[in-house]
Design a binder for this molecule. Sequence first.
Ligand SMILES: [Zn+2]
Ligand SMILES: [Zn+2]
Length: 145
Amino acid sequence: MKCPQCNIEMTPKTRHRINVNFCEACKGMWLEHQELDELEDEVFDFGEHDKGTLIFSSTPTAAKCPECNSILRKFKYRLYDLEMEFCENQHGYWLYEDEDTRVLELMKQEETRLKKNVKAEDKWAAMVRHMHSSSFFGNLRDRLR
Ligand SMILES: [Zn+2]
Ligand SMILES: [Zn+2]
């Protein structure tokens, strides 16, 4: 699989318990669509009604999906103001250099603030599963119309 930004072959890597395709050149990573696991509410609580407000706008980018060659779209996940790119055909997500680490750091801060005994790594894994869920995609697609 080639990096959507630099077009060089990516290497499979496990980062913060998530399997990604990592680009050694730009240090970005591609998160493939995966089987949806049931979200454990105590790990990460995405209320049904909150989902709609999590996503702002999305704009087309110059990058293409490594699987289907569709233009990737950039969107802002309101949670921590994180900017990512995604394939509209549900193939996966592109994260820029160290974005996953940044999210983890913010989650750790939130953990301390809320005094929740959930590891940031588990939350991140839950968030990625959520991003790959059909409800998240459905919502994202609705927003683009
Ligand atoms: Zn790259
Ligand atoms: Zn695709």
